[in-house]
Every structure is written in C-alpha cells, then in structure tokens.
Design a protein around this ligand. Structure first.
Ligand code: SF4
Length: 438
C-alpha cells in the first residue's frame, strides 16, 4: 500500500553503532542536537560493550532494507510538517521542543486529509499547548523504578524499557517525557535491567517496552530475549510494540524467526483506528501468529480518533480477523500536552455497552483507567446490575431487558418441592428465561 519502490528512492542503510535503526541526520534544533550527542556518546561509551566485535556484520535482505528505508525517510522537522500540511512553522517548532516529531512514509500514507483520525495521532497540534490538569509522569513510573529502565510495581511483573526510539511519535504518548530521548532510556541500562531481573526471583513476567523494542536491530532484540530466557524464573516475555500498526514492514521473516526461539513470547500491539488495519498490518500480525506468538491489542480512547461506537466496533472486528485479540481500551492518561485527546469516562462505558452483545465476546476488550499516581489498572463496566442482595441479582442485558439470577442458598436439603414452590417460600422471583429452561 505504501511501500516505496526501489526505483523511486535510493536505498539508504542507516544503522548506528549497535545496529539500532535510526532516522536520517537533519538540521538540528538545540534539543535535537543535545539528544543526538547524548545518543552518540551512550552508544560509543556504554552500549558498545554489548556487541561482540568478532561477530560478522549482520546481513541485510530486501525486507530489512525496506523498513530501514521507510524509517529513514520519516518526516521529522517542523519545516517538513509545515511544507506538507500547511501547519504554522513557529507553532510546530514550539511543539517539537516538547516532543520530537516522527511520521514515517508508511503511516503518513494512511492520512487521507488534514485532521483525520490518522493525522491527529502523529501531527503536532496547537492544542498541545493547553495547560490542563495533565502532568509529565501520570502513572508515577519513576517512583517504582529501582534501577533505570525498570518499573517494578506489581509483585511478579516488571516493565523493562529497552529502546528510546519509535517508528512514529504519537502525540498522545504516555511516556513522552522519555521516549525519543536516549539520555532517558539508554542502552547502558540494559545490563543493569537484566541483572535486576536475574536477582529478583519473584519476577516471572517481563514486559519489554520503551520507546518501541522492535525499532532495535535483530541482533539487539535477540540479545535481550536470549538473556531473559536464560533466567530460570522468567516464565513469560511480553513485547509492547506499535510496529505492526505503524511500520508493519519491520516484522520481517528474520525477526519472527528470532522471536519464536524464545517462547513463550507474547506481543501486545496498539491499533487505534480501523483505517490502520491494512494488508501490510495484516501480514505482520499473521506472521507473528504463525510463529506461535499470541497477539493482543491495547488501544487508547482518543477524542476525534476513535470515540464512537461504530469506529470501535469496526476496529475490534477487524482485529479479530487479523488474529489479534482486543485486550484493553485505555481511558487516555493525563499526560501533559494531551488534554485535547481526553474524553469523558462515560464515553468509554458507552462504547463497551455498544460492543457487548453486538459483536463476538472475543472481540470485547477490558475498558480500564490506569489510575493517576500509579495505582495500576482499574477495570470499568457499564451498570448491568440493578440490585444484588442475598436472594437475587437483578440485571439488564445488552438490550436493556431485565433478568433475575437467584443467589445460591446455603444448607439446602434435597426436596420434592418444585422450583416455583421454593422460590415462593424464599420470596424471590424467577426470571422468565430460567422458568422456561426448567
Ligand atoms: S509508539 Fe508507543 S511509546 Fe512510541 S510514541 Fe507511540 S505511544 Fe509512545
């Protein structure tokens, strides 16, 4: 759909010191320059010891060249955004200081018009300047960070930030305080993170995130997976990645062959809109599924992007067809600069109500708020229960019809009485369907 033919563009191999795919060098703002310098130093002085100099350089095939070329040709400067979409360049410059810009040509090709749901996710908006109640670190991840790059909040799980880059930079990103900045998520912390996990025997589930772990080189990904798999108490490895949605070409045959060596590996990806469900995305998800990787989707409820029932139904149904299981819909976090993406919580409840009963239960995710301050995910459900006491639960189904479920009664002796007689004696009503059943 979006891949550029090799005849159209020169192939550019842009692999940094450790094989991390990076974007092209452009005229740099002071912030970009600082980030680039830090990144360069981090790679030279810290990350390079992880590379075995005796290994031959990785061999690139056509699939590798294709995704690296797409990443290399990303729109990354205020001037490019202004030129392509007519946005005010000064505003873009101000916003770029807050959070880097990256829109790769594949994802840009999904934009049909200015301000459409794809555009809003990646093109900076003046509304990012709104000062609401939002903060830098809404989930308080830093508080639960025993070593840099690790967040250890739940007893048996850790979040391990292994990459600072992404294939696009989403304007609503929860971790924009760190993402795209190698001084905040650094390769030099990789071994400290692995050592922490090795020393903490209670950790059985590791979630790799960042940035996007699949922007790393194959060699680096294999190093991380292998190191974790060698730790006996690590049972599950999960990769949080938006790659199948925003740069599906990165899911190469070589990559899935690496991943499948270290099972059980799960992937949670991040599609927000049905227009992202392209043939390329389908192929990426199916390659992972064919390699035995269960793929789930975590989407974020975003105003003007997916905050209506029809869009969410199309998204969830389309994901299932691609063998991706809808897992979560997140209420948008209160991240600085993202006030304009937030919806009222009732909107999410309305969407769940509009999904349940109308589409397959397999396609219905949990609607959760990742509680501000770091309390973890809290699931929210529409009000299906009208009343619940010792005798019965009175509920409404997805059509709003009322049903009664009798509570279990303690110490019931066998009896020849009919169900109706028992109900009458105990003072509860039987729902029509239950009576029909009996
Ligand atoms: S891909 Fe994920 S981590 Fe990267 S900018 Fe988007 S939301 Fe943030």
């Amino acid at each position: 759909m979006s891949s550029l033919s090799s005849a159209e563009k020169p192939l550019v191999q842009n692999v940094s010191l450790d094989g991390v795919a990076g974007a092209k060098t452009k005229a740099k703002s002071p912030r970009r320059k600082r980030i680039a310098e830090t990144r360069h130093n981090a790679l030279r002085h810290a990350g390079s010891h992880l590379i075995n100099p005796t290994l031959p350089p990785p061999v690139e095939d056509d699939e590798d060249k294709a995704w690296k070329r797409l990443l290399h040709e990303s729109i990354e400067t205020p001037e490019e955004v202004s030129e392509k979409w007519g946005e005010d360049v000064e505003t873009m410059r101000a916003l770029e200081k807050e959070f880097n810009i990256r829109i790769n040509p594949y994802y840009a090709s999904l934009i049909q018009e200015k301000d459409d749901p794809i555009y809003k996710q990646v093109v900076p908006s003046k509304y990012e300047l709104i000062k609401g109640c939002c903060v830098d670190d809404p989930l308080n991840e830093e508080r639960d960070s025993p070593v840099p790059s690790i967040t250890h909040r739940y007893p048996d799980r850790v979040l391990f930030l292994v990459a600072h880059e992404c294939a696009v930079y989403c304007r609503f990103c929860t971790r924009k305080r760190k993402v795209s900045d190698s001084s905040k998520i650094s390769l030099k912390h990789l071994e400290a993170g692995i050592n922490y996990i090795r020393e903490h025997k209670e950790v059985r589930d590791v979630v790799l995130s960042g940035g996007d772990p699949l922007t790393l080189s194959d060699r680096r990904i294999e190093y991380i997976l292998k190191s974790l798999r060698e730790i006996p108490h690590v049972e599950i490895i999960r990769i949080g990645t938006k790659i199948p949605c925003v740069l599906p070409q990165r899911v190469t045959k070589k990559l899935v062959n690496i991943i499948k060596k270290y099972h059980p590996v799960y992937v949670n990806t991040h599609f927000n809109h049905p227009r992202e469900l392209t043939p390329e995305a389908k192929q990426a998800c199916e390659r992972l599924a064919d390699a035995g990787v269960p793929v789930g989707n975590q989407c974020v409820l975003l105003k003007g992007v997916n905050d209506d029932v029809e869009t969410m139904r199309a998204l969830m149904k389309g994901l299932l067809k691609m063998r991706v299981r809808p897992y979560y819909i997140y209420q948008a976090d209160i991240v600085k600069g993202t006030e304009h993406f937030r919806t009222r919580v009732e909107k999410g409840l309305e969407i769940i109500q509009g999904l349940r009963g109308h589409i397959s239960g397999l396609a219905i995710p949990h609607f959760v708020i990742d509680s501000p301050g770091g309390g973890g995910k809290i699931p929210l459900l529409p009000h299906y229960i009208e009343k619940m006491d010792d005798k019965e639960v009175v509920m409404r189904n997805f059509k709003g019809e009322r049903y009664v479920y009798p509570q279990v009664q303690e110490n019931i002796e066998p009896t020849l009485k009919t169900l109706e007689e028992i109900a009458k004696a105990n003072g509860f009503q039987l729902g029509a369907e239950i009576q029909d059943y009996f």
